[in-house]
Design a protein around this ligand. Structure first.
Ligand SMILES: [Zn+2]
Length: 378
């Protein structure tokens, strides 16, 4: 399919050059199209091949064609620096991503393959996340969304894995804490999969609350359990909400109402960072949950309400998963409308679906147990 380039977009610029006169209620979108050529070199078709440049190109095309970017300020991302990647990662990890890209490709970790374009793509993705964080932390805008790839939330301090090389959100959080006077941050990870990297990075940090709603893998990894609550000074700041596969919209809304909203209110952060994965959509080829764009609108609306009620600076969102390029557009459109305080739009991916009653009951029981586990820390 031919994807036409967007018209009227700003050229690449360095983060320090953003327009600080933007009104504070502005929403910005930072896009990486053209600087995300990385494609894992596969010898045969594989699920991981869905993580490719079309995710961004087709999303931008959808947003433009549906006029979803009206009133939204758009920027192009610029490349981050090695020093910025080192705010979180070991030098070994950063050097191996660079070296493996120079060599033209190779294996960097479990489900983490380099290509000759990986270094440039990963550093531009990180640049987009950093800009998204900086725009909100400096009060240049209220909410920002970095439409970038490859994703980041599985990357730990020392390991690339699960299609992730640099932990974009974690580095952006460290950067605004170091340079913008931000003290407390709540990270909300809504990707289908557990954000193991981000959880590990902040597991003992009392100033960063990590909340993850994810599909719990009862069979294989066994990580992301609700009993993982943080350690040492960070005890109580890690909140895992593992839901059953095929969880519907109603379970996500219950998790947001009963756990996420009260936890963030009690933590009272300066900013919310969102690891914005959209692979919990029912039509996603990799995730196995059963929600649609209405839930992403619901989450975004709640984030906007929390920003207002807790008098925060705002929220910044960084793309993680979401591998059906036909549903990423509607989900991100619904997200942007939620952040703008608009009513839930009726979109083409929304359809009546039967809820699995057993799944809903299971999730209710899990959410009760989560509350019993984490509420002593509130
Ligand atoms: Zn995912």
């Amino acid at each position: 399919m031919y994807i036409h380039p967007l018209k009227g977009y700003k050229e690449a610029f360095t983060p320090s050059q953003f327009d600080s006169t933007l009104p504070q209620d502005t929403i910005t979108l930072i896009d990486q199209s053209g600087s995300d050529k990385h494609v894992a070199p596969f010898l045969k078709p594989s699920l991981e091949a869905f993580e490719n440049p079309e995710r961004i190109e087709m999303t931008l095309q959808y947003l433009e064609e549906t006029k979803s970017l009206e009133g939204i300020k758009t920027f192009k991302t610029a490349q981050a620096t090695k020093e910025e990647a080192l705010l979180v990662h070991k030098p070994y990890l950063v050097q191996s991503v660079e070296l493996m890209s120079e060599l033209g490709g190779g294996v960097l970790g479990e489900a983490a393959w380099a290509s000759e374009d990986l270094w440039s793509s990963a550093m531009h993705a990180l640049g987009g996340a950093l800009l998204a964080g900086e725009l909100v932390a400096s009060k240049a805008c209220r909410h920002s969304f970095a439409l970038v790839r490859p994703p980041g939330h599985h990357a730990t301090t020392s390991s690339s894995m699960g299609l992730c090389f640099f932990n974009n959100v974690a580095i952006a959080v460290k950067k605004i804490q170091a340079e913008n006077g931000i003290r407390r941050v709540s990270i909300l990870d809504i990707d289908d999969h557990f954000g193991n990297g981000t959880s590990e990075i902040f597991y003992e940090d009392p100033n960063v609350q990590f909340i993850s709603i994810h599909e719990y893998d009862y069979m294989s990894y066994g990580i992301g359990h609700y009993r993982e609550v943080g350690h040492g000074n960070g005890c109580g700041t890690n909140i895992n909400i593992p839901l059953h596969m095929e969880s519907p919209d109603s379970s996500y809304q219950t998790a947001m109402d009963k756990v996420v909203a009260p936890a963030i209110e009690r933590f009272n952060p300066d900013i919310i960072a969102v690891s914005a994965g959209f692979d919990a959509h029912f039509a996603d080829p990799i995730g196995e949950m059963a929600i649609d764009s209405r839930t992403y609108w619901y989450i975004a609306s709640m984030v906007e309400r929390l920003v207002k009620s807790c008098d925060m600076k705002g929220s910044f969102w960084v793309l993680e998963g979401g591998y059906n390029p036909l549903t990423l557009g509607p989900c991100i459109r619904a997200t942007l409308e939620g952040l703008q305080g608009k009513p839930c739009p009726e979109l083409e991916d929304q359809e009546p679906r039967d809820e699995e009653e057993d799944v809903v009951k299971f999730n209710r029981r899990i959410i009760k147990r989560i509350l019993n586990t984490v509420s002593p820390f509130f």
